[in-house]
Design a protein around this ligand. Sequence first.
Ligand code: DCP
Ligand code: MG
Length: 397
Amino acid sequence: LYPDPDFDLNKFNECVAERRAVLDHQNKDIAEALDLLREYWSLCHQTVTDERRALAFARAAAAVKCLPFKVTNPRQLKGIKDLGDGHALRVATQIVESGHSQEVEEKRNDKKFLSFQIFCKVFGVGPSIAKKWYAMGLRTAEDVKKRFDQLDVSKDNMISYGMAFYDDLNRPLQLVEAENTYKHITALAQRILPSVVTSMIGGFRRGKSSGHDLDVLFSYPEREHNEHGLIAAVREELDKKGLVVWSRYSRADGPRGVEIDSSPLPAGSAKDHLLVIMIILKYPLDGHFDQLERRDFSTEKNLGLFQLADSARPWRAIRVDLVGSTTAQYPYAQIGWTGNKQYNRCLRQYAKDAFNYSLSSTGLYDKRQHRWLPAQTERDVFDHLKLSYREPWERNF
Ligand code: DCP
Ligand code: MG
């Protein structure tokens, strides 16, 4: 039945977290169809059932990406865990049989879905805002631009920048551009703190040749218990060079956190704020707080729009996220921020089901023994979970 004589369906189904998916997998047409339905339901959902549908299509698409052979016969799809025996299997079968699914094409061209896609491409906008805009009769980015001053998000710093730089931020960032920016930021950080360790995470670490942003992870081996401030200092240096278009800096100090938007609203916006500083209460001030130790809240983060030199004009805006972690968190932050999102979901679910562990970007917590599990490297994390190590490029679920 399978072109790969070594393929063992039982083994494939036994543990989803053991699967691997490379970018250049063999079932792109099926995965594309299932991912489109995932996107449709995650943007246009009305009910909890629709949201579950989105997650089911995400799992089904991931399963197909993990198959080590090209599906040529619908019988090869039968019995695959996560593809199920319903809707996703039906769509996958249609694609294998005819290369076409009427439902997928109808959804792909659905007017509401197309508007939601446009709206959700605005930095800071998700399905709930898209839904409001659609209900107000807005359909295109032009519509939003024209009526932006009347929208209740017109004073939202992030969304205002998202609109002002809509075209720039929807132009994919190429690997070489990301690498140059990463080198620049690392050199700057090393001048401030020579022992800093950085890594390029997100999609580029998984082998993508372009992406929607650059993600950089920082760790500070010689500053254990005193990590705060480096990302703020890097942001400050970039700002002095005039390279910061917009940024939102946040950190959590114990139960309280600080969030700072650094830039005034873009020119032409409804109202100019100079600086917004919010003290946010991140954790409940009750007994659970001690249990969290420092592990859960010692990170610093900066979401930013930075200038990147451009051949056609002086610069264009690109999205850069700078994320801090303590040395103890580092391998967990590497895994969490490398992703992808579906791979994280799968690992976290497996950790919970198999061991009653809670896995996040800050650590692995054993809820039975009430302790955090230490790790020096990503391999240690896989060992804790009794999983084979997966390289970042095998995590493209
Ligand atoms: N992440 C996550 N859940 C989220 C957001 C992010 O698990 N809600 C993790 C997984 C992502 C990683 O962080 O892979 C980086 O987030 P990005 O949104 O930058 O995603 P990618 O880097 O994977 O994609 P892109 O190439 O589009 O930037
Ligand atoms: Mg990214």
